[in-house]
Design a protein. Structure first.
Length: 237
């Protein structure tokens, strides 16, 4: 398999981009970042790309009157740079079919929840507000909906007592970096299989053949769920 030719789209901090750059440099991901494209200037992710010697572009969505023309400009930039796969790494824009038809089943997103729970913005706060005990992150292929595309891999993260949004987000982010690199490596190994929807208008399914794509509860903490802890709760009740 040739290396993946990646275009990475960002809007801000770029820590997932950094995970990709580090994994490539360490030989853990067989890929080349052909372009890092941001819809915002002066973001940390662009500096990370520049430090790694990767080409960058800024295409500001505000310069376009509609989403289709913005997407067409982004597609043109990605093609010109030689990208054949696209990673959304904190890219805060929805994609139109203009974009998705240009890279069919080749746009990958990382999202900080166990989809289909908590799509859209601030998934970590949504999880806290809902009171879930387990959340996590999802790598999925992008379709025209908001975080609705075929799921590739997920990692579970516990919500701990006293978590606020930032503490939970930080714990999920560690798992995001690992999961994204694993999923991209599996794609680079040629493991991705797409099954068409069972029924017209139904949902396509994505499979990464021969690998474990469900990662268990990370950092659940030693005191939780062990025999002593459960006994203490029982005695006090
Ligand atoms: C991550 O939490 C990612 O899951 C979400 O946006 C955030 C981007 O973080 N889509 P970074 O820019 O990669 O640091």
């Amino acid at each position: 398999m040739p290396p993946l030719d990646l275009g990475v789209l960002i809007s801000g901090r770029g820590s997932n981009l950094q995970a990709i750059l580090d994994a490539i440099a360490a030989g853990r991901l067989d890929a080349r970042v052909r372009l890092v494209l941001s819809n915002r200037a002066d973001v940390e992710g662009l500096a990370r790309a520049e430090r790694a010697g990767v080409p960058t572009r800024v295409i500001a969505h505000r310069d376009f009157t509609d989403r289709d023309s913005f997407d067409a400009a982004v597609v043109a930039a990605l093609r010109e740079a030689g990208a054949t796969w696209v990673v959304l790494a904190g890219f805060m824009r929805l994609l139109t079919t203009t974009f998705l038809d240009a890279f069919p089943h080749r746009v990958v997103n990382i999202h900080p929840s166990l989809l289909p729970s908590f799509p859209g913005v601030d998934a970590q706060q949504q999880a806290l507000d809902h009171g879930v005990r387990v959340t996590g992150c999802t790598v999925h292929l992008v379709d025209a909906g908001t975080d609705t595309g075929p799921i590739l891999a997920q990692a579970a993260v516990p919500v701990l007592d006293g978590d606020d949004r930032d503490a939970l987000a930080a714990r999920i982010l560690v798992q995001e970096h690992g999961l994204l690199i694993r999923a991209l490596s599996w794609i680079a190994e040629g493991r991705l299989q797409i099954a068409p929807p069972d029924v017209p208008g139904g949902r396509a399914r994505a499979t990464l053949a021969g690998v474990e794509t469900a990662l268990g509860l990370a950092q659940s903490g030693p005191a939780r769920g062990d025999v002593g802890g459960v006994g203490e709760v029982g005695e006090g009740a």
